[in-house]
Ligand binder design. Structure first.
Ligand SMILES: *Cc1c(COP(=O)(O)O)cnc(C)c1O
Length: 230
């Protein structure tokens, strides 16, 4: 099933790239494997996937141990500061940095392990109360504060758009995140160049790509529905 799903997702990505005049290699597909067993991740791996997304530290660490070593692991979920130390030297990127304090902890732990951690600033563009992330208007100040941290590298921005029936409704949020990236880059802040826009999930990744996403995070569309009760 995973292999067939991946083929379909890949076709949709190519279609969205064509529709928006973008090149396929501008967009990275992150296979969001949270709650799914290693056997299913291996099916994706055997189909060529090397980039996986997880939202829990323990689960990411367990799968990191069990899966092949040429995988890039992306931490996409809310991150508690006391757990940063377990993942700083395992992840290719942390998508969910939503406070200066969290960035400071990442800086401290990354320095101890002598690594530099690529991060994205999580922006709650739609200002949904249920979601983490900072507001669009607070983003620039936060980027400026984090920019000076030597072991943290701001690569870009991430957002989780609302769950909507019609993905067209989310275009405005994707456009707003893209505009924020343009505005930040125009400030020419030392050590900051926003090149990554992590936006779009199973329901809206085509729209996100058309609006400039460079990373899409697709779970259900690859691995099927998640069952949180088992
Ligand atoms: C679970 C999750 C996804 C994937 O969601 P789907 O709708 O299953 O594609 C993407 N991003 C984040 C941050 C998630 O937690």
């Amino acid at each position: 099933m995973v292999r067939e799903n991946l083929k379909e997702v890949e076709e949709h990505i190519q279609e969205a790239c064509r529709a928006s005049g973008r090149s396929r290699d501008e967009v990275t597909l992150i296979a969001v494997s949270k709650t799914k067993p290693v056997s299913m991740l291996m099916e994706a791996y055997d189909s060529g996937i090397r980039v996986f997304g997880e939202n829990k530290v323990q689960e990411l660490c367990d799968k990191y141990e069990e899966m092949p070593k040429d995988i890039q692991w992306h931490m996409i979920g809310h991150l508690q500061t006391n757990k940063v130390k377990y993942i700083v030297d395992k992840v290719a990127m942390i998508h969910s940095v939503d406070s200066v304090h969290l960035a400071e902890v990442i800086q401290k732990e990354a320095a101890k392990k002598q690594v530099t951690v690529p991060i994205l600033i999580e922006v709650n563009v739609a200002e949904e109360e249920s979601k983490f992330g900072i507001t669009l208007s607070d983003a620039l100040a936060m980027v400026t504060e984090i920019a000076g941290m030597p072991n943290v590298r701001i690569e870009g921005l991430m957002t989780i758009a609302p769950f909507v029936e019609n993905p067209e409704e989310n275009r405005k949020y994707f456009k707003a995140l893209k505009q924020l990236a343009v505005d930040i880059n125009a400030k020419n802040i030392d050590n900051v160049h926003v090149r990554t826009l992590s936006m779009g999930m199973t329901n809206d990744y085509m729209e996100a790509i058309e609006e400039g996403a460079t990373m899409v995070r697709v779970g259900t569309g690859i691995f099927g529905e998640r069952n949180y009760n088992i």
